[in-house]
Design a protein around this ligand. Structure first.
Ligand code: GUN
Length: 226
């Protein structure tokens, strides 16, 4: 069940949970960074690669680059696995795309994902300029499955994905609405076949303009890599 994009308005922008003072941050966040050996990720947030399968498979994406030389690019690890962590000081994972599919598993915290289905974009040149060309989906990840939150989610290759941190307490449950605290969103990601930077790119503003309406771009451009 996808929660409609308009639902992001009450919790937007995310600075409401971005703490200005490091001392506001829960000490468990620093402990998690240290205990898991997490490093800053170029997308935002933190990560560590915990597994890279020594077994390799044929690179299924090579046919998309027909002139590529046969060499190290001929194969990919069968899978790679990372921890990924968003925190109040690093609350945004900027829009990016992988050729490979990614299987995500929730560990702790809460966040919102926004997915632009660029691989399903309409090529119809007669389409109204005011209408979106690529479908968008959005959903909350967290422990409350009964409310539609997800503990597992798959993003297929070719789609732009971004994520941002939400408070640990569901918004309607926070007493008088002031409990906006978060100890971070911790997840695992398994990329199949395994992650290679050649299969990864960031969404640029010009592509966003082509894929979305101007209203959608206005609402989502803060999620582009700055
Ligand atoms: N190196 C840089 N980014 C990533 C990533 O997202 N996954 C893996 N496995 N390695 C990376």
């Amino acid at each position: 069940m996808d929660i409609p994009l308009s639902y992001i308005k009450p919790i937007y922008p995310p600075r409401i949970i971005t703490h200005d003072h490091p001392e506001d941050e829960d000490p468990s966040i620093q402990e998690t960074l240290e205990n898991l050996h997490l490093q800053p990720h170029p997308e935002g947030g933190y990560f560590v690669e915990t597994d890279r399968d020594p077994h390799h498979v044929l690179n299924p994406f090579r046919s998309r680059t027909p002139n590529a030389e046969v060499g190290s690019d001929a194969t990919r690890p069968a899978s790679t696995t990372i921890f990924y962590f968003l925190t109040p000081h690093a609350p945004l994972g900027a829009f990016h795309r992988n050729r490979a599919r990614t299987i995500h598993t929730w560990h702790r915290g809460r966040g919102r994902y926004v997915v632009i289905h660029a691989d399903e974009a309409s090529n119809n040149p007669k389409e109204d300029l005011g209408r979106a060309k690529a479908p968008i989906g959005s959903f909350v990840v967290g422990p409350d499955v009964a409310r539609g939150e997800r503990m597992q989610w798959v993003v297929e290759g070719g789609k732009y994905k971004s994520s941002f941190l939400l408070p640990d307490a569901p918004i309607d449950d926070a007493e008088d609405g002031t409990d906006r605290g978060s100890r971070g969103l911790l997840i695992a990601e398994v990329v199949v076949p395994g992650f290679e930077s050649a299969d990864h790119d960031f969404l640029r503003r010009e592509q966003m303009d082509q894929l979305l309406t101007s209203d959608q771009t206005r609402e989502l451009n803060w999620m582009l890599k700055s």
